[in-house]
Design a protein around this ligand. Structure first.
Ligand SMILES: CSC[C@@H](O)[C@@H](O)C(=O)COP(=O)(O)O
Length: 368
């Protein structure tokens, strides 16, 4: 991703004055506007309104937003000043619980908050700063910055493992790829997951083409992925509408599909942007390998199958406003669907590719 178009801008002058701005993705590709995130309320709303989106970025913005709130928001500082030590932990936990209500399907935020809880417990025990409040706030700051750095290195590993797996599976030197939604630098701190795999193929000279699906109704494919493809002049980049995926596989060539994930269950069932399930069925019909690319933080080993994944349903307006439909038509607008593990060839993580066993069953638990 070119430096002039980052999903977020984070600074921390002096080590304890974090500042966060996020790119308003609803305005891309026509305008580039960065929004200040001074507190958890703003972090919650940019996530909820999809001004930022993508499972990894949602978690990063929530945690950095919490850190900014605790260190620099005057209202929060005043409230903390008036508290005794016993109340501080609960106060921070309440803000975390609130952030976790922003969007339900991606598990990365819930996993990040669980990791933060552990960091808080350790910080409280060690109390290195000599003040519980300072120790807890420092722990949040350190953990949020760690997440930011880890995201980029994990994505590069996912990219490498995914490219190797696809080239080995297809036995080709150059591959035609298909993807849905936006899983690129705009969905993460940088580089991307599924689009990171495509980036890695391109870097190795192994990309023949990359087709992005439009991804109705929010058009993350046409607004964001197509934008990233054009910015980087990716080889053979093109856009098609969602309903053209079958025709593409039948009449042109697709060597492999690679998609992101919002939540991968213990058995490999994967929630991702609405329409991913359709693509997996078409890929299975045409015997095209179908890869999921996601960091370990997208795995939810507590859910045994995809039936239990909470699927976010969004307002009818989003569908009506983007489809010229009659204003009063009833709509069902699920933001995600679940691809059954049976349709998945491999799950690419930063630790390697998870493959099914001899019976075709996945068990992702050993990777967490
Ligand atoms: C690396 S992002 C993976 C997924 O989060 C992505 O494919 C997706 O479904 C995003 O949905 P969104 O509703 O735009 O947040």
């Amino acid at each position: 991703m070119p430096n002039n178009l980052q999903s977020l801008i984070y600074t921390n002058e002096g080590g304890s004055s974090p500042k966060l701005q996020v790119l308003d993705q609803l305005l891309i590709p026509h305008e580039k506007v960065y929004l200040d995130v001074p507190d958890v309320e703003k972090a919650w709303s940019v996530i909820r309104e999809m001004q930022i989106r993508g499972a990894p970025l949602i978690a990063i913005v929530a945690l950095l937003g919490l850190s900014v709130d605790l260190h620099t928001n005057e209202k929060t500082i005043k409230e903390l000043d008036a508290m005794d030590d016993g109340a501080v932990l609960k106060y921070i936990q309440d803000k975390m619980t609130y952030l976790n209500t922003s969007r339900p399907t991606a598990v990365n935020l819930a996993n990040a908050l669980a990791e933060t809880e552990n960091a808080l417990k350790n910080a409280a025990q060690e109390n290195k700063e000599g003040s519980l409040r300072k120790s807890l706030c420092k722990a949040i700051l350190e953990y949020s910055e760690f997440m930011l750095e880890r995201d980029v290195s994990d994505n590069k590993s996912i990219g490498r493992f995914g490219a190797e797996a696809i080239l080995a599976k297809t036995g080709k030197d150059k591959v035609d790829m298909l993807t849905i939604c936006n899983t690129g630098a705009l969905a993460c701190a940088a580089y991307g997951t599924a689009l990171g795999v495509v980036r890695s193929l391109e870097a190795g000279g192994n990309l023949s083409s990359i087709t992005a699906l439009e991804t109705r109704p929010y058009n993350q494919g046409s607004r964001l992925t197509a934008f990233e493809i054009m910015e980087e002049k990716m080889t053979g980049g093109q856009l098609i509408c969602d309903s053209a995926a079958g025709a593409l596989m039948k009449t042109k060539n697709v060597d492999a599909v690679v998609v992101g994930a919002d939540r991968v269950c213990a058995n490999g069932d994967t929630a991702n942007k609405i329409g991913t399930y359709n693509v997996s069925i078409i890929a299975a019909f045409h015997k095209v390998p179908f890869y999921v690319a996601a960091p370990i933080t997208s795995l939810d080993i507590n859910l045994t199958s995809g039936d239990a994944i909470p699927i976010e349903e969004r307002s009818a307006d989003e569908l009506i406003n983007t489809s010229k439909a009659p204003a009063n038509v009833p709509c069902w607008n699920p933001a995600f669907d679940v691809t059954p593990a049976a349709n998945i060839t491999g799950i690419v993580t930063e630790k390697g590719v998870i493959l099914p066993d001899a019976n075709g069953n996945f068990d992702v638990r050993g990777f967490v």
